[in-house]
Structures are given as C-alpha cells and as structure tokens.
Ligand binder design. Structure first.
Ligand code: GDP
Length: 193
C-alpha cells in the first residue's frame, strides 16, 4: 500500500515560512514539467494538486503530510516561467531559497526533469545550487509516455553524467503511473520512513 497525502499548509510569502518539525522531501521543477500531475499520481487522486492549464500558475509552496509515514512532501513553486516579470521570478527564487537554506528537516529534493528536453540551463542551475548546499537529490524524468524508450535511456545517461553515477534518474509518467512506486520508495527512504 502506498502512503496517502494530505495538504496541511500553503505558503505564498517568505514571512509565512515557519519550522515544520518533521522530515521533509521537497519536489522541484520548471513550470509545466508535470509536478502537479505527479503529485496527484502519487496520491492516487485526480485533483489534490492543481494541474495548470496556464503554465506558471502554481506560485505557492505546499506542505503535504505523508501518512502513515509522518514526513512532509513539499511542493515548491515551479520555476523558470518565461512569461512572468523579473521581479515576480525573483520573489519565487527567494521563497525557494529561504525554504531550502539551512532547513535541517530537509532530507532530499526530487528534481523533476522533462524527459523530452536536453538538460536546460535553469535545471542545471538548480542542480548546482543543491550540490553546493549538499542537499541530496532524487532526479526524476517526467512524461516518459511521450518519449521513446531509446531516447529515455539516452536522457537518463546524460543526466547521470551530470549528476554522478549514484544519481540515475527515475523514469516516471503521471499518465500511466509508471515509476510511481519507485518514486515513493526513493522518497520514503530519503525521509528515513
Ligand atoms: P506543473 O506546472 O509542473 O505542475 O505541470 P502540470 O502537472 O500542470 O502539467 C503540465 C502539462 O503536462 C499538463 O497539460 C499535463 O496534463 C501534462 N502532463 C503532466 N504529466 C504528464 C505525463 O506524465 N504524461 C503526459 N502525456 N502529459 C503530462
């Protein structure tokens, strides 16, 4: 049986951040990478996280309590949406940074990467930020139902070369449910559950 997810807290502004005293695994990715869909897939529910018809709409940081394991899955605001203003992008960057920095409850960040795209600058920036901060990563290639198997394998190796041999990305599809159990396993293990 997979765990269940319950939305416990939503944060829009930096000054709303407070310590959430339980292990945390965050989930980050470019806007439109399929993060909301994957959260719904993990939860086995259709509309727990809002799937954006308009990319870049999810601007909040959401704490989902994972039961019965008692850790948080933290949905970080999608980054890199081109069509929003610089000041707005800066605000999101600061919120993400304020959350990630010196958070001793944070065990890992699942980094969502679009399986259809070659490594993008903005993803590489997040990866180097996490590496610099010594935060473990769970790399995940999304939307693999849209990518040929051969291309997926190639993309996986490409990311592994960047991330290091211990970081082979998981292959996931929110549409087919592929990779769901493996992602749960990786997150529970990271959280120490
Ligand atoms: P977010 O902005 O990262 O939260 O992305 P969303 O979950 O809102 O998804 C963005 C778009 O990609 C939506 O149109 C989804 O239906 C689509 N999508 C998300 N995951 C998948 C997937 O695994 N397979 C396919 N084919 N489409 C997906």
């Amino acid at each position: 049986m997979n765990p269940t997810l319950e939305l416990e807290k939503t944060i829009y502004l930096m000054n709303q951040l407070e310590e959430m005293p339980a292990p945390q695994v965050a989930m980050a990715g470019r806007s439109n990478v399929g993060k909301s869909s994957l959260i719904n897939c993990l939860a086995g529910r259709k509309s727990l996280a809002k799937i954006s018809a308009t990319p870049g709409k999810t601007r909040s940081l959401n704490f989902y309590r994972v039961k019965p394991d008692e850790f948080y899955l933290v949905d970080l605001p999608g980054y890199g949406y081109a069509r929003c203003s610089m000041s707005e992008r800066e605000k999101w960057g600061k919120l993400i940074d304020a959350y990630l920095r010196n958070n001793h409850w944070l065990r890992a960040v699942a980094v969502l990467l679009d399986s259809r795209l070659t490594p993008q600058k903005i993803d590489l920036e997040l990866v180097s930020y996490l590496q610099g901060a010594g935060i473990p990563m769970i790399p995940v290639l999304t939307k693999i139902d849209k990518t040929k198997q051969k291309d997926c394998a190639q993309r996986q190796r490409q990311w592994q070369n960047i991330l290091g041999s211990e970081n082979l990305p998981l292959l996931c599809s929110a549409k087919t449910g592929m990779g769901r159990d493996a992602l749960w396993r990786a997150m529970r293990e990271a959280a120490g559950a």
